[in-house]
Design a binder for this molecule. Structure first.
Ligand code: NAD
Ligand code: NAG
Ligand code: NAG
Length: 334
């Protein structure tokens, strides 16, 4: 068996981590023959909860899990890690101003970025989940100049999976028969779930989403708002935010980074824009369609973009530009 991989999960006492840690530890992400050391970071008041999570991981008696290291210290958490899933962030509290929330998160991700820079392996793959995920990812990336910026990404795979499933349910096929949906932009209600390039297998034949669904009005309105507002709908129903589905999406995202995307298929993830793809401003972490091979992602280029799509892609970009500029104003002072 290969040397154990060292994998960090932050926010490890929280509800996403509770599902995620099991998924990782049983081999869903790095493979069924890859031994693992799991490092669990949370804030000091959560250390006792973390102890409970450690006990449960031990009690799962998982063959791949070699060691579990709970900690509230960045220098322990980030030491020599191969992969990091940054789930913990500052949640919005009653009456908290948007700017104060952003500032608190800039502080966390600046500090964790610096810890990555100082302690992690230079080949570390970093996935940011804690919201605002796109901007937190950008701050972490900027704070870790010795790690290639391509090794940072943020999660929009949950939105991607939601879009796949909505189309699949509508057509009446398994979700696996819907491929190449795209989430563009921010992981928020301005994201644009795009099915113009999707492929749906219906009765053995592959066709476009419009042909499969046979209801353009639904695809152009209700489908989009359902995906955009799915997070809020889950909170309303469950009185808690998406956790099982978020954990599944994190596993999908990291597994694709590790093993690559299937031939002919692309997935969505938030990655750094160099300004050359789809007229998205340079220096944003923006969700694009990507393919992954040998642990390197490439944006799928050259997809034709109609006016309907263009407008929505620009709106979500504008939101991210504003948030980035505010975050970068804070970065010197936190
Ligand atoms: N990108 C996505 O698709 C997506 C989907 C769902 C949730 N989220 C986000 O993921 C985050 C976690 O969600 P959850 O439901 O697990 O929340 P949660 O409140 O159950 O858990 C968050 C945990 O993070 C910890 N934490 C806070 N600050 C920390 C820090 N500086 N270092 C380490 N740990 C810290 C908290 O103590 C808590 O245990 C939230 O920000 C949520 O909005 C993102
Ligand atoms: C971008 O999306 C994140 C995650 O939902 C959200 O917290 C943030 O407010 C959004 N940005 C803006 C500027 O609306
Ligand atoms: C996903 C990705 O772009 N990975 C890169 C991370 O950085 C290493 C160098 O440390 C590159 O070789 C990878 O391609």
């Amino acid at each position: 068996m290969a040397e154990p991989l060292k994998v960090l999960v932050t926010g490890a006492a929280g509800q996403i981590a509770y599902s995620l840690l099991y998924g990782i530890a049983k081999g869903d992400v790095f493979g069924k023959d890859q031994a693992l050391v799991l490092v669990l970071l949370d804030i000091t008041p959560m250390l006792s909860v973390l102890e409970g999570v450690v006990m449960e991981l031990q009690d799962c008696a998982l063959p791949l899990l070699r060691e579990v290291i709970p900690t509230d210290k960045e220098e322990v958490a980030f030491k020599d890690i191969d992969a990091a899933v940054l789930v913990g962030s500052m949640p919005r509290k009653e009456g908290m101003e948007r700017k104060d929330l952003l500032k608190a998160n800039v502080k966390i991700f600046k500090s964790q970025g610096a810890a990555l820079d100082k302690y992690a392996k230079k080949t570390v793959k970093v996935l940011v989940v804690g919201n605002p995920a796109n901007t937190n990812c950008l701050i972490a990336c900027k704070s870790a100049p010795s790690i290639p910026k391509e090794n940072f990404s943020c999660l929009t795979r949950l939105d991607h999976n939601r879009a796949r499933s909505q189309v699949a349910i509508r057509v009446g096929v398994p979700s696996d028969d819907v491929k190449n949906v795209i989430i563009w932009g921010n992981h928020s209600s301005t994201q644009y779930p795009d099915v113009c390039h999707a492929k749906v297998k219906v009765q053995g034949k592959v066709c476009g989403a419009y042909e499969a669904v046979k209801n353009d009005a639904w695809l152009k309105a209700e489908f989009i708002t359902t995906v955009q507002q799915r997070g809020a709908a889950v909170i309303k129903a469950r009185k808690l935010s998406s956790a099982m589905s978020a954990a599944k999406a994190i596993c999908d995202h990291m597994r694709d980074i590790w093993f690559g995307t299937p031939e002919g298929e692309f997935i969505s993830m938030g990655v750094i824009s160099d300004g050359n793809s789809y007229d998205v401003p340079e220096g944003l972490i923006y969700s694009f369609p990507v393919v992954i091979k040998n642990k390197e992602w490439k944006i799928v280029e050259g997809l034709p973009i109609n006016d309907f799509s263009r407008e929505k892609m620009d709106a979500t970009a504008k939101e991210l530009v504003d948030e980035r500029d505010t975050a970068l104003e804070f970065i010197g002072s936190v």
